[in-house]
Design a protein around this ligand. Structure first.
Ligand code: BDR
Ligand code: CA
Length: 313
């Protein structure tokens, strides 16, 4: 079986952490590296958290890169109110001993895409799109070499979580998201419309814990912590596992359904900054540029995730 080559661009974040674990547990995927970005918490913490998770998965050999520490043109907005002070609050995990790769994440993206045959590398983005947009600006020749981008970001029916109109990853760096949606690269978005259906209910959390391995117990502890916010805000049954949907889509696309539509990002309005305006109903003649997911088989998603986490240390 030829493995699918992916780079995970991430701002861990408990749900990012679970996405990374899912990828590292999956033999269909070859993770070339983790590129980190400022988002849920500042860059010094996201790069450290990515290394903590690699070590939890027994993958201290993976290269982890620090990338952009600020959005393209705006001040960084973080989400400690959701993820806690460290970004990985919940489990007690040791500080990493594996080194941070000295190269910049953007340099790694450019080098890797230039070296690989065109179309071979998939970019999985779990945070603000600053690293990608910066790489596109510095090296536009890499854009047609990308196989596809699968991104957690945006919302249409659910509208927003960080503001009434915008989802966090897009809101933090709307100019970067605008560059990516206009890039012409095949794009799939996992918006809140999908991820708010991927809820860690009490039985699903118990199933993670019952695995008894480090990855399963840490996932139970992370989602325990993470759920208090969404339970209070939305009255939902548990934590939404936003970012793991990106990896699950690569493994089992049949769990998801959506539409290929035009998506534009609002970059000018103060009121609706970062809104993903998805032409779900086809009321414009703007060309489709994103496969925008709308639904998932939540039981199938959690069965896949639990089965994969069981394979880790
Ligand atoms: C997204 O924002 C972050 O808080 C999560 O990690 C996820 O990537 C959800 O809006
Ligand atoms: Ca994230």
């Amino acid at each position: 079986m030829e493995k699918q080559k992916i780079i995970i661009d991430t701002d861990p974040g408990q749900d990012d952490a679970v996405a990374i674990l899912l990828a590292l547990a999956s033999p269909e995927l070859e993770v070339l590296g983790l590129t980190t970005v400022a988002g849920n918490v500042p860059l010094n913490l996201t790069q450290k958290n990515a290394r903590i998770i690699c070590e939890l998965a027994g993958r201290a050999d993976l290269p982890v890169f620090a990338g952009c520490d600020q959005p393209l043109r705006r001040n960084l907005v973080t989400a400690e109110h959701v993820h806690g002070r460290t970004g990985l609050d919940g489990p007690s995990l040791p500080d990493p001993t594996m080194p941070l790769d000295p190269r910049h994440a953007v340099a790694f993206l450019i080098e890797t895409l230039r070296a690989a045959p065109p179309g071979q590398v998939t970019l999985c983005t779990l945070g603000p799109l600053t690293n990608l947009a910066t790489a596109f600006g510095e090296a536009p020749d890499i854009i047609p070499r990308i196989g596809q981008i699968i991104a957690m970001g945006g919302a249409y029916f659910e509208v927003g979580n960080i503001t009434p109109a915008a989802e966090f990853n897009i809101y933090v760096d709307p100019e970067a998201a605008d560059i990516v949606v206009r890039s012409g690269v095949p794009l799939t978005f996992m918006p809140l419309d999908v991820t708010h259906k991927a809820l860690v209910t009490a039985p699903r959390n118990a199933a993670f814990r019952a695995l008894g391995n480090g990855a399963g117990v840490a996932t139970a502890e992370m989602t325990d912590f993470f759920e208090r916010f969404d339970r209070a805000k939305y009255g939902s049954d548990g934590a939404p596992l936003h970012d793991p949907t990106v990896i699950a889509y690569l493994l089992k696309p049949e769990l998801f359904s959506g539409r290929h539509v035009n998506v534009a990002v609002e970059t000018r309005s103060d009121l609706t900054l970062g809104m993903t305006v998805a032409d779900w109903w086809g009321v414009t003649n703007r060309a489709p540029n994103v496969t925008f997911m709308g639904d998932l088989d939540a039981d199938g998603f959690f069965a896949l995730l639990t089965e994969r986490l069981a394979r880790l240390p």
